[in-house]
Structure formats: C-alpha cells, structure tokens
Design a protein around this ligand. Structure first.
Ligand code: SAH
Length: 606
C-alpha cells in the first residue's frame, strides 16, 4: 500500500511531514505544483491524502475519474487539520484512511455516504474481507436504496458465508422482496448442505462431478427484476493444476477457463491454484496464477496420494508419486480453506496440462476482540473494524455497552452477566459454528485472563479464528506509573477461582526468587482479602523494602486512581478487584517520581 501526500501550503506541508514520519513504510510526499502533484499521486499511488480544499481537489481530479472501485481513495485535510474528508472512494478505503489520518493529526473524519451515516454495512465493499466481490455492480444503487429505505430485501446465503450484519429488513425469509442479495451462484444446488463431519480429515462427498462443458443455468427463479438482484461472487473455488515441464501460461490459463465454465460458476469465485510441490516453480503455472491474482498452494506427493479422487492414474503415480495431481490438489486446498469441500469438475486435459475444480463450504468466523482497559482511545482501529464486521457480538453486558455505538445496524448483541464465562464462550462458539460472524469481546486483551482460552478450548477446526490484540490493564498501568514493566516481568492472577492457592503461591515464590517485576491481576476481593498481603510478604523476602510498588485502579477510566508507594508502605486494604498491582524487581527505582524498571542490569553497579 502506497499513500501519496500532496500539500500546497507550509501548514499542509508540515502536516504531510508528520504523516510521512508516522507511516514511514507507506506514505511519501509528492512534490511539485499542487495540481501536477495531485495528478501524479492519483495516477501512480494506491491512496491519496491531499492537504488541499475539497473543491480544488475535485476540479483537478474530475477528468481522471474512472470507477469508484478502481480509482484510488482520496482524503482531503483542511488547513487547520480539523477535518479529514473522505472525498472519493469512501467504501474503498477513504473512510478508513480518513480515520487513520485523524489518529495522527487529530481532528475528525468526515464521511458523507448514506450507509456510513446510518451505520449500515455498505454494499459495495460488503464482506470484502472474506473475499466477496460484486459480480455486476449495475444493481448496486437500487439494491442499496432498498436496503436503506427499509423495504423487504431477501438475503440468499445458502453456503453460510459469515457475513457482516445488514438491517433487519434484510432477511433470508423476506416475502415479496423489493430486492435480493445473493452470495454465491444462483443455480440450484445439488448439495445444499456440506457433508456432515467438519473435522480436519473430512472427505469430499461422492458427488457426481460435472465432466462435460455444460454450464449450469443462470440466475433463475427470481421474483424481482434483474436490476434488483445483487450477486456476490464468493471465493469458493480452487483450481487444481498438473502439467508437463515447460507448459505455457496461456495453455494453463485457457484450461482454467474451461473447467470454470464447465462448473457454471463465476470466475471471480476462484481463490487459489493448487498443485504438487514439484511444480511450485513451473513458470507457466506460476504465471497463470499471478495473472488471475490467485494464491499458489502446493502439496507434497504423499499428501495428494491420500486424496480420494474420481480419476486416478497409474501413469501419473509412476511419474510423480501420486495418482492424481489436479483433482487431489484442488480438493485438498479447498478442504484446507473451508469446513468441507467437494470436487466440482473432474480432470480436464490438454496437450501439456490437466486441471480440475473443487469448491468449499466456508467456515464460521470467531473474532476474539480485546477492547482495551477502558478509554475508547485505547480501543484499536483493528478492534473497531472487527466489531463492525460482526453479525453477533458476545460479551459481558458492561463491555457491550461501551461498544454499542461501534456496531453496525442489525448486529445481534448477546450480553451476559459476571461469572457466566463458560456460557459466554459456548454461545460464541455455537454461533460461529452455525456460520455466523461472531466477535467475542473482553476488556484489555481477550486472551489475557479472559474469554479467548475458554472459547478455543471448545472450538473445533470448523471455525476461522481471528485474534485482535488489545491493550492490557498491565501495560496501561505500567505506562501510567512510568516504565514499570521495562524489564522481565510476570503476570500473576491472585484469583483462586481457577487456580488452587498452593499453585499461585508457588508461582509468586518463583517470581520472587527470579527477581521478576510482578503484576498482580484480580488482586483482592471482599471474600479474598489475605492473599495479596501474603504474596507481598513472599516478594519482600527477596527485595529491598524501598522497592517501588504501584497500583492503578480503573486504569484509563474516568475514576482512575494511580498510586505509587514502596513495599514497606504498601497497604493491601487500598486495593480491590478493579486494580492491578505492580511490584518492582530489585532493580526498579523511583526516578523523578516515576516507577522505572531499567532495561537490563548495569553490571558495574552490582
Ligand atoms: N483481559 C484483561 C484482564 C481481565 S481479568 C486484560 O487484558 O487486562 C480482570 C482483572 O483485570 C481485574 O481484576 C483487574 O485486576 C484487572 N483490570 C482490568 N481492567 C482494569 C483497569 N482498567 N484498571 C485496573 N485493573 C484492571
């Protein structure tokens, strides 16, 4: 991703410098008279940030505009950096770019598209993160209007792609729909449901693959006009290719066309080209994959030999050690990317190549999203993005209230109470297994004393899991105190709910002996009031009484309280469950009123 920065004034130039410094790998300043620089930026970069008036920008770019899906997104920033305006390509990156600009320069993103202001998932980039592509953009405006106006819209998603939410007027059962949104091909499915066993070893069903060139029927059975059926090509196809040495890219390319045509599916649904590892450098295959933007996936012969295929060949086995390359590789790669797969088109052969086509059923999606310690500024942009993608959000009621404003219209919220962790994890995994896009949220990082582990203990291979890291209470507190975690440290939870006390005690003792900085989570509750004092005594046996101790209650929340003291003066009764306590190592010091753990030991001093 290359971002061009264009400025005309000194202030604009200063802000451009600041952005270039913040994004050194991505952003560069395009010099020259503003008009020329803007034209160069627009025609040769992926994204443009212009420190110019919207009007001036539009006048320069107007003759260059082509299509919103292919033009680079453009953001204009006003002279005082109060606003970053998504001017062109809002749903193709400009909205995100505008937000990103304001995280560096301050100010507010200005986004003026209808769906953005109504918090409705935009249709032109709908589920782009899953690889979905609009098959034909012509019906977009009409279907988007139907969605936003509240008219009944039917959503056909027979394979259960884990789609982002849409408003409640969009549903699989909408009657007399004004429009239809369809994910995947329109043709009636011979196998509407995938084979049952979603395990890693699931086999393809013994479906009769299409072996001739007969295309399946096109968009049939619709009760609305063509203009109001919006079809998305889902990345459900994998082409398997085998070849003789020296095959041309053109031959491979044509053969891919043949098998895709035979399937009746949209060529935009191809997601990968799979082959045997012997062919990973075969120029014709590599080039054919590159031209179509397909990922090249290779497998060793032994992996392919174990696939059940319709057209095995002993000649092929003798040559490369597996009776099938094209069919086996297609099937294997499709299954690896989905919860199940089937061979759709059996082997087709030309003079120097073979190809076969497999399709997959997608996995449900489980995002484990850390919300940070409290302050919305400490919720990462990645977490915001995931929350906007979720059809279902699962979490503790108090955290869900924090993020409700970030959810798209139509998101189902599953709130639960304190102590219902197992139920929360179970709900999230069940919904994701049903093919939904689930965000399981927790404060701090979702993987630190939180929901990620219980959820993943229950989750099978039929899910795609996305971990979105969060800023933890420990790092937030360390930063508020100074640089408390500046050198080796350990987190220890003092809650004996999940761990027996003797185990906790053993860990505290070990940390004391190892001279680690210790950060205590869950330090003290009404029913658990002696453990913290006891743990501090264990540490005090190994470090000086003047060792810094810092504790932060409600870090980064309005009621935040930061306290800095020493082992000698520490009073456990000041601490409760909304607090983390950080105890320094023997090297930690108070420097100018800040808790600092120097990086490394200064040997000369010890
Ligand atoms: N996943 C969280 C931890 C949850 S366990 C994280 O990554 O930080 C709950 C414990 O975390 C609380 O008992 C408290 O010790 C600590 N905690 C969470 N948020 C806090 C905050 N804002 N300020 C202080 N302590 C916090």
């Amino acid at each position: 991703m290359r971002i061009a920065l264009v400025a005309a004034t000194a202030r604009g130039r200063a802000a451009a410098d600041e952005l270039a410094k913040a994004w050194p790998d991505r952003a560069s300043i395009v010099d020259g008279p503003a008009g020329d620089a803007l034209r160069t930026a627009f025609t040769t970069y992926d994204q443009v940030v212009a420190f110019l008036a919207v009007g001036a920008t539009v006048r320069v770019l107007a003759p260059l505009l082509d299509h919103k899906a292919t033009d680079p997104p453009v953001v204009c920033v006003d002279e005082s950096h109060r606003y970053a305006v998504a001017v062109l390509g809002t749903h193709h990156g400009a909205a995100d770019l505008a937000r990103a600009v304001t995280t560096v320069l301050g100010g507010e993103p200005v986004i003026t598209t209808a769906s953005e202001s109504a918090d409705v998932t935009p249709l032109d980039s709908f589920a782009a993160h899953l690889g979905l592509r609009v098959a034909d953009p012509a019906p977009l405006p009409q279907v988007a209007t139907a969605v936003l106006s509240g008219a009944p819209v039917r959503l056909d998603n027979p394979d259960r792609w884990p789609l982002p939410p849409l408003p409640p007027n969009v549903s699989p059962t909408a009657e007399n729909p004004a429009a239809i949104i369809r994910v995947g091909p329109a043709a009636p499915r011979e196998h509407p449901e995938p084979p049952p066993a979603p395990s890693a070893t699931a086999r393809a069903p013994a479906a009769p693959p299409v072996t001739d060139g007969a295309a399946r029927p096109g968009a049939g059975g619709s009760d609305v006009s063509r203009e109001t059926v919006l079809e998305y090509a889902a990345p459900e196809l994998v082409v398997g290719v085998g070849s003789a040495r020296g095959v041309s890219a053109a031959e491979v390319d044509e053969l891919i066309d043949t098998v895709v045509r035979a399937s009746g599916r949209n060529p935009a649904s191809l997601r990968a080209l799979a082959t045997i590892d012997l062919k990973e450098d075969e120029p014709g295959i590599v080039e054919a994959a590159r031209r179509r933007g397909l990922k090249l996936i290779t497998y060793p012969a032994v992996a392919l030999a174990s696939e059940d295929v319709p057209t095995p060949s002993e000649t092929v086995r003798a040559a490369v050690g597996t009776p099938s390359v094209a069919e086996a590789a297609a099937l294997r790669a499709a299954r690896d990317a989905g919860r199940a797969a089937e061979l759709l088109v059996a082997k087709h052969t030309t003079a120097h190549a073979t190809a076969a086509l497999a399709r997959l059923w997608p996995r449900g999606r489980l995002a484990l999203v850390g919300l940070g310690p409290g302050d919305p500024e400490l919720l990462t942009p990645a977490a915001r993005t995931e929350l906007a993608r979720a059809s279902d959000v699962v979490g503790l009621g108090q955290y869900l209230d924090q993020v409700r404003g970030l959810l798209r219209t139509g998101t189902a919220v599953h709130a639960s109470g304190l102590g219902q962790e197992e139920e929360r994890a179970r709900t999230a995994v069940r919904l994701a297994s049903e093919g939904r896009a689930v965000a399981l949220v927790g404060s701090g990082d979702a993987g630190v004393y939180a929901m990620a582990a219980p959820a993943l203990e229950m989750a099978g291979p039929d899910l795609d899991v996305v971990g979105v890291p969060g800023i933890t209470a420990a790092t937030a507190a360390s930063g508020l105190l100074g640089a408390a975690l500046g050198h080796d440290h350990v987190l220890i939870s003092l809650s004996d709910l999940h761990t027996p006390w003797p185990v906790i005690e053993r860990r505290v003792r070990a940390a004391a002996e190892a001279d680690l900085v210790v950060c205590f989570y869950n330090p003290r509750s009404r029913g658990r009031d002696w453990q913290l004092g006891h743990a501090m005594d264990l540490l005090a046996a190994h470090r000086p009484p003047g060792t810094p101790v810092g504790y932060v209650r409600e870090a980064t929340r309005p009621e935040q309280r930061v306290t800095l003291t020493t082992l000698r003066d520490f009073d456990p009764s000041e601490v409760d469950m909304r607090t983390v306590v950080i105890v320094g190592s023997s090297q930690s010091r108070l420097i100018a009123g800040r808790f600092v753990t120097p990086r490394g030991y200064r040997w000369a001093d010890t």
